[in-house]
Design a protein around this ligand. Sequence first.
Ligand code: SF4
Length: 175
Amino acid sequence: MFQPSLTADCGQCAALCCAHHAFDSSEQFAIDKPAGVPCPNLNGRGRCNIHASLAERGFSGCVSYDCLGAGQHVVQGLFGGRSWQHEPALKETMFEAFRIMRSVHENLQLLHAARRLALSDAEAARCAELELAHMPQDGWTLARLREFERGPVSASVRAFLRSLRYKLGGTVRPA
Ligand code: SF4
C-alpha cells in the first residue's frame, strides 16, 4: 500500500501551486494572478526568482501555503516527472489532478490527526477504512481522482470528523 508523503517537496514538483492557484492583491500577495496563469516570479527553470525574500516582497501567502505533498505526488506519481512547463498540453490535466490530489492529501492529514485521538475500536476501524479510501491499491490515476471528486468519500470524512468533535470540544486539529 503506497502511503504518500504529506510533506511538500518542491524539488520534486513542477511549480503547480505557482500556476494553478489564483491570488488577489492583498497583504498576502503583492499582485493579482488569475488561476491557471504562471506567476511572473517563476523563472525559466520553473523556480521562484524571489524564493529567499517572499515575505519581504509581499508574498507571505506563498510562505504559508502548503500543498501537503500533493504537488510531488501528481508530478512524480501520475506524470512520471513530466511538467506542464515543458509540455504545455499537460497543463490542464496536471492542474486538475493537483486540485483533486490536494483534497486527498488534506483529508489524509485530518484522518492522521484523528487517529491520534482516543478512538473507540469502531471509530479507529472507521478511520482506517477512510484512510484506505485515499490510498488506492494500484495508486492514483486521473480517472480515479475524478471518481474520488464525484464520489462520497470527502463527505464521509467530514461526517466522521464531525462525529469526533466531542473529543476535542469542537475541533479536530490538523497535524
Ligand atoms: S512568488 Fe514565487 S512562490 Fe509565490 S507563486 Fe510566485 S513563483 Fe510561486
